[in-house]
Design a protein around this ligand. Structure first.
Ligand code: UDP
Ligand code: MG
Length: 140
């Protein structure tokens, strides 16, 4: 997996609120190329596995319920310095702390329901891309 890739999900409440297009526009405007994209609803099992790193955290149960509660839009994004630049574009986990102009500042409703996911390292980006997409779903 190239290190110029990151993985994102538009989370269930943002999809349900009709913000998929606006968020996708912000991502493209920021210079990211979409290499793969799908609408899908995660099972509780899949959401639990995706967020397994947070298993011991008090919010894990609610996070799994939330992330499996409606469709998400998963994407693989490409750009130089993708992981760090995308984290900058989405802003802090808690929208109250997110900078103006970030996706979470504009679309997140709470620290839990914060509109988008972004990988936190090249290593996790590769794992997360593989978790959601097979090779034939990614454009060259
Ligand atoms: N989360 C939450 N409460 C918290 C911290 C995180 O509900 O106190 C949720 C939130 O949806 C967040 C996800 O768990 O996006 C993963 O947490 P992480 O710390 O990895 O934040 P992120 O990398 O998404 O900014
Ligand atoms: Mg994280």
């Amino acid at each position: 997996m190239a290190t110029n890739r990151t993985f994102t999900m538009i989370k269930p409440e943002a999809v349900a609120q009709g913000n998929t297009g606006k968020i996708t526009d912000m991502i493209i405007e920021a210079g990211f190329k979409i290499k793969a994209m799908k609408l899908k609803q995660l099972t509780k099992e899949a959401a639990g596995e995706f967020y397994a790193v947070h298993k011991e955290r008090p919010f894990y149960g609610e996070l799994v319920e939330y992330m499996s509660g409606g469709p998400i839009v998963a994407m693989i994004l490409e750009k130089e310095n993708a992981v760090a630049d995308f984290r900058k574009l989405i802003g802090a986990t808690d929208p109250a702390e997110a900078e103006e102009g970030t996706i979470r500042k504009q679309f997140a409703t709470s620290k839990a329901e914060n509109a988008v996911h972004g990988s936190d390292s090249d290593e996790n980006a590769a794992i997360e891309c593989d978790f959601h997409f097979s090779a034939d779903e990614i454009v060259g």
